[in-house]
Design a protein around this ligand. Sequence first.
Ligand SMILES: Cc1cc2nc3c(=O)[nH]c(=O)nc-3n(C[C@H](O)[C@H](O)[C@H](O)COP(=O)(O)OP(=O)(O)OC[C@H]3O[C@@H](n4cnc5c(N)ncnc54)[C@H](O)[C@@H]3O)c2cc1C
Length: 337
Amino acid sequence: MELREHVPLAPYTTFGLGGKARYFVECGSEDEVRAALAYAAERRLPAYVLGGGSNVVFLDSGFPGLILRLTIGGIELRDGPSPEVRAGAGVDWDTLVQNVVPRGWTGVECLSGIPGTVGGTPIQNVGAYGQEIAESLVSVECLECAFGYRDSRFKRADRGRYVVLEVTLRLARDQKPRIRYPELQRAVAGLGGLDTVTPTEAVGLVRQAVLALRRSKSMVLDPADPNTRSAGSFFTNPVLSAAAFADLAQRWKEIPSFPADGGVKVPAAWLVEHAGFPKGYRSGAGAGISTRHALALVNRGGTSADLLALAEEVRAGVEKQFGIRLAYEPEVVRSET
Ligand SMILES: Cc1cc2nc3c(=O)[nH]c(=O)nc-3n(C[C@H](O)[C@H](O)[C@H](O)COP(=O)(O)OP(=O)(O)OC[C@H]3O[C@@H](n4cnc5c(N)ncnc54)[C@H](O)[C@@H]3O)c2cc1C
């Protein structure tokens, strides 16, 4: 186990923000994860599992414990009527998608271009363009973090209690992808549509359309595009009760909405923009809203404090205007030591 000390965390996140980790270790195998967890437990250090760092905000004060960065590799493809793909938690997610799409295996093509690791995908059930990982997930191999320290985050809730080591997905073959999302349907039609192509070509075409759409919104990582110093969407779309939505729609007739489990989903982007925070909004110099996506908060060369101040400003503005408190999508990593 190669333990490093006082390691700057910013380069390990897509925001490019955060102070130093007191201890930092890259774990390329289950044994290394076990050894790292044992090291933290013996010293009563808080431990935090990091994948690609595309959905986390580390504070400027850093992290006082041990960061385990998962680098477990390996992709195994099992062909068959329902092909399966098994991948190590540290595999780059889009590399997995790139591996299955040319084979015509369908099920994850709409998730093309999402940053981060395979191990990070089940944590928040990543989704895009009407597809989500839960639909193809067969199994997740985990290690339970049974060790404890005072007031451990691992004890209080399932969140952070398991380390994902490996993920297995079941996909489909010899069938054209179903496209549920109107914006993607239009983009695919713009590329010639799926009617005259083979199923394998269709899967590739959908990936191409998704990547083009994502690029137009700065939703694929690109070092040349400053809008991608983000975590993608910073706020989740709120789901309101039917009564709460009816009340809102009386005051805001043009508010878009979608049916959702147990209520009505309202686009957080619409709320943000209509609360006075347009694309490109800047508060102070350090952080702003992406010029291409109203939900993406972007590091403009500032600090985590700048970013979190902006997040709170937007949240308070939306709450004042609509009475809805938005939830953060990325995890703000605070330590309870
Ligand atoms: C430009 C951009 C666009 C994005 N677009 C989308 C999108 O379209 N849809 C979407 O759903 N998300 C999107 N995201 C968010 C992000 O890419 C996903 O949530 C991704 O799955 C996070 O994976 P990660 O490996 O980077 O996780 P990290 O950011 O490293 O960690 C995120 C959380 O997962 C936990 N975690 C990570 N790996 C493991 C593991 N092996 N075991 C246990 N816990 C683990 C961490 O502790 C943390 O709580 C976007 C982000 C960016 C920057």
